[in-house]
Design a protein around this ligand. Structure first.
Ligand code: HEC
Ligand code: HEC
Length: 444
């Protein structure tokens, strides 16, 4: 009785509160509407700043890629003050580098359309860098000249691509789409010296080069510089596929083996992989047995002044969480089969028990042992908790069909993924059920 009186009283307060508030303006509603406006402004500002950071911020990494590896010298070539033949624009595109058409001067766009620009010399590459048109790579130039003094890298290098609207490799940016054409290893191996990596890993430069060239397109090894494990026990490369950086809002843990949250990983990558200047703290890396390289190099606690990363993490985090998973083109799957496949996914095949719609990962702690999904534990064992793979959010699968599926691309097609589950879980799916399920996956 007492509590229902209390509820009644609250209800009256609530109703009078609502009805007495003027629809807009007026002193009663001012404080709250001002606050909402502040939040909206804050959200817009974070989004803008986060996009800028994701696309254009090098975090001071040019001190490493330029200052130490001298990558810019190999790109420019001897004739432009660097070393060797240089990197032609055609080679750059073949290595999977992308060009942002919006950053190109109109005259150059016309020349590309007419095919009158030569892609076969490094001068064009340097011109593209000077226009700040190469996605994820920024050239630093001597004031008022075309002389490049360094290059730095951005998140967009690996996590953006373009829509090829001008020509293959040149178009509008698509942030969050993994660049599965990009051959990170070949690009790094192009540097005149790899001594910083050789010193860190305590191997010779030739070995570093061999490892870099073992990755192949669409792959990178973000843990090698901590554990020194370049190869799996079976002798294959330890690199993983570049994952999507879209559709991550609502997902608890990130990376294939769940190292941490988006913002954890952003600091990790910016400092320990991109060699940006800032602060990174993770005492889990101070384990000489699991992370011998990190332990001796002090990667568990990195401090740089000035800190060019920490002030950007909030906006960068917000931007990634704002990136929606893209929808597949209507004609890229069979809608009727996909609808039947949804029934298989949620029913007989039990996929939805882990890939819970609409997130397609588990709300909560989305981690599973290697045995649970029927694969080896190599990559899982490289993460701080050593045991788990994270249930991959499945939206936008069509953007990452190149390079295969699962963390290392071991399944070349979605049919192979479904066949794997059909065997491991003894699902007894018929041929039609399997193909319907694949159509459903393609529709996500
Ligand atoms: C050289 C390529 C490269 C660069 C540059 C790079 N990443 Fe990544 N990123 C990767 C790879 C590879 C992984 C997967 C690592 C793993 O699972 O072990 C990854 C994982 C991620 C993930 C986790 C996605 C998920 O849920 O699984 C996010 C988010 C991310 N990167 C954001 C960023 C941001 C932000 C930056 C810039 C600060 C950045 N990355 C720079 C290659 C790169
Ligand atoms: C026990 C939990 C679990 C179940 C059940 C499950 N998955 Fe997965 N799924 C995972 C995990 C964990 C991964 C990440 C594996 C990796 O990257 O090595 C994954 C990865 C995938 C991928 C690869 C995504 C990518 O981008 O590489 C696809 C596709 C997929 N699952 C589809 C399915 C389908 C279809 C079913 C039902 C037949 C299913 N899964 C059932 C946990 C599960």
């Amino acid at each position: 009785m007492k509590s229902s009186v209390g509820h009644f009283f609250l209800l009256v307060l609530f109703l009078t509160g609502c009805s007495s508030a003027p629809p807009s303006g007026g002193s009663a509603s001012e404080p709250s509407s001002t606050a909402d406006g502040d939040v909206d402004d804050h959200a817009r500002a974070l989004l803008r700043e986060g996009r800028r950071v994701f696309r254009y911020d090098t975090f001071g990494s040019e001190a490493f890629w330029g200052g130490q590896l001298r990558l810019h010298e190999a790109i420019a070539g001897a004739k432009q003050g660097g070393v060797g033949p240089g990197l032609s624009a055609r080679q750059a595109l073949q290595l999977g580098l992308k060009v942002d058409a919006a950053a190109l001067p109109a005259a150059l766009v016309e020349m590309i359309k007419k095919g009158t620009v030569s892609l076969d010399n490094p001068e064009t590459t340097v011109a593209l860098l000077k226009a700040n048109a190469v996605v994820g790579v920024t050239g630093v130039f001597q004031e008022g000249t075309s002389r490049m003094t360094a290059v730095g890298i951005q998140c967009a290098l690996c996590h953006s691509t373009v829509d090829d609207s001008l020509t293959k490799g040149i178009g509008r940016r698509r942030d969050g789409w993994p660049n599965r054409d990009l051959n990170v290893g070949e690009i790094v191996a192009f540097a005149p010296t790899l001594k910083p990596f050789a010193d860190l890993l305590r191997v010779d430069e030739a070995t570093v080069r061999t490892v870099l060239k073992s990755w192949g397109p669409g792959k990178y090894d973000a843990e090698l510089s901590q554990d020194g494990k370049a190869m799996r026990p079976d002798g294959r490369s330890g690199a993983t596929l570049l994952p999507a950086a879209f559709g991550l809002a609502g997902v608890n843990l990130h990376t294939y083996a769940g190292w941490g949250s988006v913002t954890y990983w952003n600091a990790y990558v910016a400092i320990t992989q991109m060699h940006g200047k800032g602060t990174f703290f993770d005492p889990r890396l101070n384990n000489p047995e699991q992370f011998p390289v990190a332990a001796r190099a002090g990667h568990a606690n990195i401090r740089n002044t000035p800190d060019l990363v920490t002030p950007k993490l909030a906006a960068l985090h917000y931007y990634q969480l704002s990136l929606p998973a893209p929808r597949p083109p209507r004609d890229s799957y069979n809608a009727a089969a996909a609808e039947r496949g949804r029934g298989v996914f949620e029913g007989k095949a039990r996929c939805a028990s882990c890939h819970v719609p609409p997130l397609f990962t588990e709300p909560g702690w989305p981690m599973h042992t290697a045995a649970e999904i029927g694969i080896d534990d190599f990559q899982a064992s490289r993460s701080p908790d050593r045991r788990f793979y994270r249930t991959t959010p499945l939206r936008g699968l069509f953007t990452r069909s190149q390079g295969g599926f699962y963390h290392d691309g071991r399944f070349p097609t979605l049919d192979a993924v479904v066949a794997h589950y059909n065997g491991v879980f003894r699902l007894g799916l018929s041929g039609t059920e399997s193909t319907d399920l694949v159509e459903y996956l393609k529709s996500l």
